[in-house]
Design a protein around this ligand. Structure first.
Ligand code: IMP
Length: 431
């Protein structure tokens, strides 16, 4: 068994991209299994920043095979832009490096139009989606009317599926939301062009491909998108994304069994961020939050929206560890905490005068809790150039130990900056 899932433990943007890029050096294959272009994975190699939305973060290693599994919803235009960007930067020179499952649902312009129209209609109750059409595309999958990547190579079938889809979508867009409609002819033309350019990346059976790798003892990394607290079933519903973001989704979104997974690596930031609406007990709507936002460059890599910032929330982290069965953890962006006189960590909540130590599953309850914050001493020293754990300031080590003792799951990796080299190893993930 050599499948390792890399999954976000908070509300996304934890730094999964950096960790997958670092581990990809020692893996054989990297697989994306859910979400779509709502994700934004930022990689910094030799000081150069690359932002990926759909393509797995192993792509900067030319020998790694990167796979987009059937659980992903694919905006084909956005994917082509990403491919072009990578090629222009000297990556992805061999098309065999990237494989796209023919079973992936395709995001169409009407999905994005519906996403925008629904958000507008929700007004101050909006979810704060990325506007990438993710929700409407997953709805179509569940309703058995999705257009899948393989359909783009069967023109007659594509046309008849689009006719059926537009019959409903145009009516919704026009009559319910007063929004512009779409024509089958235009969509077919647009998709045909994309299909031609994407033909070298077609993969019929991702499940068989990944299964073979694992069976022959190769190392496969499964790259999650978004974070546990955005999971459609277990997150802060309804303020969530529309896919299952937890580790189990690596199995369903790829087509492999749970026994193929040997480790689940949870990624968490030394503080918490959230983009979009929804409860966030440790949010700091003050200068401390602004400092975290500024120093952590907490602006969405997909939408550019400012991320809400707050202290680390341990009940939320423990909830994530449980939901994902996390075996190991990576603590990210520790350097961003530098310069705070005291650092807050939420150890529980108060609700109606009672102390809660567990994360409430209900958003309604979560909205009403008050966080119980313990403060630890901060540090002033720049830690971004440190290469050995023993050189970290005492206060930094105390912070790591405090968090580690509270959660009881080993922290194996500590990140002190965006670059590959700014990674401290407590224990190697691969023997
Ligand atoms: P959607 O996934 O675009 O439908 O957005 C639903 C919610 O998930 C919104 O609050 C988004 O801000 C949030 N979200 C979606 N993708 C990401 C991500 O990659 N990082 C952080 N938040 C995300």
């Amino acid at each position: 068994m050599s499948g390792i899932v890399v999954v976000g433990a908070q509300w996304g943007d934890e730094g999964k991209g950096k960790i997958v890029d670092v581990f990809a050096a020692k893996a054989d294959m990297v697989v994306r299994y859910q979400g779509g272009a709502n994700a934004g994975h930022t990689l910094v190699v030799n000081g150069k920043k690359t932002v990926l939305h759909l393509i797995p973060s192993g792509i900067l290693h030319p020998e790694r095979t990167c796979v987009i599994g059937p659980g992903v919803v694919v905006d084909v235009e956005s994917l082509l832009q990403e491919i072009q960007m990578l090629k222009a930067s000297g990556y992805l020179q061999n098309p065999k490096q990237l494989l796209l499952s023919e079973s992936c649902s395709i995001i169409l312009p009407y999905h994005k139009a519906l996403d925008a129209a629904r958000e507008k209609a929700l007004s101050d109750q909006k979810i704060g989606t990325t506007g990438k059409g993710i929700g409407p595309a997953y709805e179509d999958r569940a309703a058995r009317r999705a257009i899948v990547f393989g359909d783009l190579y069967d023109l007659e079938n594509l046309r008849s599926k689009l006719e059926l889809a537009l019959h409903e979508k145009n009516s919704l867009l026009e009559k319910v939301y007063g929004a512009p409609t779409f024509k089958v002819k235009d969509l077919v033309q647009q998709l045909q062009q994309c299909a031609e350019e994407l033909a070298p990346y077609r993969c019929k059976d991702v499940s068989a491909l990944v299964h073979k790798q694992i069976k022959t003892g190769r190392r496969v990394l499964f790259e999650g998108a978004q974070g546990t607290l955005l999971d459609v079933l277990h997150g802060t519903y309804p303020y969530v994304t529309s896919s299952s973001t937890i580790a189990g989704s690596a199995c369903t979104g790829t087509g492999i069994g749970p026994t193929s997974i040997s480790k689940v690596l949870g990624i968490f930031k030394a503080y918490t961020t959230r983009v979009g609406s929804g409860p966030f007990p440790t949010e700091l709507q003050n200068q401390v939050g602004e400092k975290l936002q500024k120093e952590g460059h907490e602006f969405g890599s997909t939408t550019g929206r400012p991320r809400r910032c707050g202290w680390l929330d341990l009940p939320a982290l423990k909830y994530s560890i449980r939901l994902n069965g996390m075996t190991n953890l990576a603590l990210m962006k520790l350097d961003v905490l530098t310069g705070h006189e005291k650092i807050g960590v939420c150890t529980g909540y108060k609700l109606n005068g009672e102390l809660l130590t567990e994360f409430p599953c209900s958003s309604y309850e979560l909205e009403k809790v008050e966080p119980v914050i313990e403060y630890l001493a901060g540090w002033k020293e720049d830690i971004t150039q440190i290469t050995a754990l023993k050189d970290l300031p005492r206060a930094t080590t105390n912070y790591i130990d405090f968090v580690g003792n509270q959660i009881g799951t080993p922290i194996d990796v500590i990140s002190v900056g965006p670059g590959r080299e700014q990674t401290l190893w407590v224990k190697p993930l691969f023997a």
